[in-house]
Design a protein around this ligand. Structure first.
Ligand SMILES: [Mg+2]
Length: 167
């Protein structure tokens, strides 16, 4: 694999996941409980290798970006994703943090725009996420490599196209 210069990360199910269900259930079930931002954050924990990985990437000078799908209007969605990043004290590990729209092309559009801005070719980029439909496919659709995190919720759903959480 060519050395990557930039890595895009999904949020829920990738950098962090629900403490209670980890990779067993699509992470967005927690948002159906109704509650404050701090309440949701309290239900989440960092995935075990996330912090070490981010530290190593920063040491190597790799650009790291969060692209996390949120259904809320852009301003509110931005507040929510930034709150989660601050909660996990991850601000220093990311060059950019974006809440993407609830459309499958949204992450593709962000990826293309950000690569253009940094003048980085597509083969030097990687997207990491837990959702085939909301992470893997949007990257592959614009010719960017993607790494799909294995999970029970994906496996148990049978069809990859029907198994994805939205966040
Ligand atoms: Mg996810």
């Amino acid at each position: 694999m060519l050395a990557k210069k930039i890595i895009f990360f999904d949020g829920d199910g990738t950098l962090w996941y629900p403490k209670k269900t980890k990779y067993q259930k699509k992470p967005h079930w927690i948002y159906a409980l109704g509650g404050t931002l701090d309440f949701y954050c309290g239900l989440l924990v960092m995935t075990p290798t996330a912090l070490d990985t981010l530290k190593k990437l920063k040491e190597r000078g790799i650009i790291t970006i969060i692209l996390s799908t949120h259904p809320q209007p852009p301003k509110e969605a931005g507040i929510i994703i930034n709150h989660k990043v601050s909660y996990f004290k991850l601000n220093d590990f990311f060059d950019e943090i974006h809440a993407t729209r609830e459309r499958q092309e949204s992450k593709s559009e962000f990826i293309v725009r950000i690569l253009k801005k940094h003048n980085i070719p597509k083969n030097k980029a990687l997207m990491i996420g837990d959702s085939y439909r909301w992470d893997y496919k949007p990257a592959r659709n614009v010719g960017v490599d993607a790494l799909l995190i294995a999970s029970d919720y994906q496996k148990n759903d049978g069809s990859l196209d029907n198994c994805m959480g939205k966040v």
